[in-house]
Write a protein that binds this ligand. Sequence first.
Ligand SMILES: [Zn+2]
Length: 400
Amino acid sequence: MREPRSRRETRSAVLRYLWCSGGSFRPILADHLGLTDASISRIVSELKSEGLVEEAKRTAPYQGGPSSFLTLSNALHVGTMEFSGGRVHIGVGSLTGEIRFSEWLDLPDGAGPEGVKTTYRRALHQLADHLRRAGIGLRQLAVSIPGYHETLHANPIIALNPAELLAEIQAALPAVALLAANSIVTRAVAHRLKLGVDLPGGPYFYTFAGHGVAAALVDDFATSGDVAVCEIGHMVLDPRGPRCRCGHSGCLEAYVSTTAVAPAIGLREHDLLAMGGWQASRLKLSARARADLAARLVRLGHAIGNALNLTPIRRVVVAGWPAELGDDMHAGVLGGIEASLFGGAAAVNLTFAKAELGREPAAGLALATYAYLQRGAMRPTEAARDMAAHHLIERQGGGQ
Ligand SMILES: [Zn+2]
């Protein structure tokens, strides 16, 4: 891995390593990031003086080894507002992932602009109220919205204007740095965090099937940290198919979202969304329900295979209900990929990621922490200045 150069990059790399690893001894940190003892000392004392990291004595992993263990501080807080699963979730948590406050309000699909506005205003009021009472100042707030894209002024999934929402949040919480992101970015960041520091096997295609369906191309966090959104849920499989909440017909989401799947197998959607592995193993499905599920999984596979036709990535992670319902689901998805991916599924490495449903607001809080650490835990203006200066140096040094 290349050595980080600017002050922001170095701070960001150290903080993200501590976040993904859950803490580290100094020499291991220096080694992993390619930093000298001197620069690690300088950066750690800077981060400690700002209250971002803590250092405690720990039993060394080997005799004569290091004994000071660095972790992120759990005294700094981030917040989130997540639009997910027919609800608006709000939450406050520490940088280390401890949830301090969590609440949600119902926001049914198809709610009109006024209904959406009333709901998020109530949620925002509760969040601001909690922060005031608890005396907590947030370092970052992440807003997670399905179908969100910077260039879209009207959201195709939820009747809101993101710019207006962000302006209202900023007015209620004036000093807080804000980030808005597509829900799949939130899911992908929270999943990536669970994988820890190292990412063997390189970039992967992360697909989530829940109340919404989407995917993301996830690159190594430690270097670029890229998560590219792929609206696989709105890939049209049959223009004469069932109506989708985006306004089109026959989208993948209209076949494989929990809204479509739950009634087809005789469950309520919220029970399917709350289902863990042990419940899934006790689920008694009729032959007809099984056949119905299998057909939906093949469709999911078709869409994944079609998406892979546009990228060289062959590592696929599927999360959401297909993962919760167990390994039986594997063959259907793989069969679908086999039928649509150019050259077949032989080179595809398909795995299921469990326990990704119902992770609000933890996922939104992970996104907020990610955004904060990504800019080196600096004020947004300061981080932007550092980035601009650094790019200037890179340009001047170009061509060598
Ligand atoms: Zn759609």
